[in-house]
Design a protein. Structure first.
Ligand code: CDM
Ligand code: ATP
Length: 287
């Protein structure tokens, strides 16, 4: 019986993000294209039958344990199981910047849900896990389902998509952006006309934009400056509500050349866009 697994918790990019309306509860209705990156955190889940309960080995800096999406995801599964489960110890190797628009916290929640479902042999399917995940964050369902997708609603209505698996230079301007703050800005575009999407979206995402970009560039000069630099080499775009921006390149070497020439002081990484989540690739290997 497996007692310990290490699983990827990848980043996502919003290749485009249109705000098409607002629900009565204030949440914004989106049309977005999600793709995963082969870059992210690693989460290790180890059963501790001799020690009951859920133990976090390394807290996430600045996040109280009770708010940590890893712990909240694990507790949501315990509540669903309604019977005694062996204890688990959870470790994380954090690489993704927080407040980056890369969905790090949501991805951590999804990896925990799928990993514990596997270790605890709960037998929950993706529909059940995505429903549990949505209560934790709007971005959790796409990480649970694990395929690049066109997202509608608040991001939970997902249609599998097949954008090209290009290489990306991802830059993290030196600022922390709060998602709720951007969504509450007065100047935000909220009325982009809905686009029609074929069941399997294969379109060219570069025709579309991120509606948060104007507001974010106005409020955060760090984002504007990084964007101006990256735009020299091709279109650059914001992911989610920022702060990270990305440029798309056809090969790894093309991306690395630009990465090597970045001004000192800018952090980030080079990664490949992938349509099947590295988490699901790993879980398939384990089956
Ligand atoms: C911007 C995206 O990253 C796009 O993928 C996501 O929609 C954000 O997802 P997330 O970080 O999981 O966001 P949540 O934790 O669910 O929401 C944070 C806050 O942002 C606002 N919010 C979020 C998502 C949305 N579609 N409309 C909103 O107005 C709400 O005030 C909410 O309280
Ligand atoms: N395990 C976790 N890892 C990172 N952030 C977490 C975690 N648990 C809770 N959080 C909280 O969630 C917030 C958003 O984190 P996250 O890394 O998902 O941001 P993001 O990349 O901007 O995501 P998004 O694209 O979904 O807006 C953090 O600022 C933090 O307060």
């Amino acid at each position: 019986m497996t007692t310990s697994i290490t699983l990827p918790s990848p980043a996502k990019l919003n290749l485009f993000l249109h705000i098409v309306g607002r629900r009565p509860d204030g949440y914004h209705e989106l049309q977005t294209l999600f793709q995963f990156l082969d870059y992210g955190d690693d989460i290790t889940l180890s059963l501790t039958p001799e020690q009951p309960g859920i133990h976090l080995e390394n807290p996430v800096a600045g996040v109280p344990d009770d708010d940590n999406l890893i712990l909240r995801a694990a507790r949501a599964l315990v509540a669903r199981a309604r019977h005694e489960l062996p204890g688990v110890s959870i470790g994380i190797n954090k690489r993704l910047p927080m407040g980056g628009g890369l969905g790090g916290g949501s991805s951590n929640a999804a990896t925990t849900l799928l990993g514990l479902n596997h270790l605890w042999r709960l037998g929950l399917d993706y529909d059940e896990l995505a429903e549990i995940g949505l209560a934790l964050g709007a971005d959790v369902p796409v990480f649970v389902r694990g395929h690049a997708a066109f997202g509608e609603g608040i991001g939970e209505k997902l249609t599998p998509a097949f954008p090209p698996e290009d290489w990306f230079v991802v830059l993290k301007p030196d600022c922390h952006i709060n998602t709720a703050k951007i969504f509450s800005e007065q100047g935000l575009t909220r009325d982009t006309p809905r686009i029609k999407i074929a069941p399997a979206f294969e379109g060219d995402a570069s025709r579309y934009r991120n509606d948060c970009e104007g507001v974010v560039k106005r409020l955060y000069p760090e984002v504007r400056e990084s964007m101006e630099w990256l735009t020299q080499f091709g279109p650059a775009r914001l992911t989610g509500t920022g702060a990270c921006i990305f440029g798309r390149f056809p090969t790894e070497s093309a991306a690395r050349i630009i990465w090597e020439s970045k001004p000192s002081g800018i952090t980030g990484f080079v990664a490949k866009g992938v349509n099947v989540s590295p988490l699901h690739q790993k879980l398939t290997e384990l089956e």
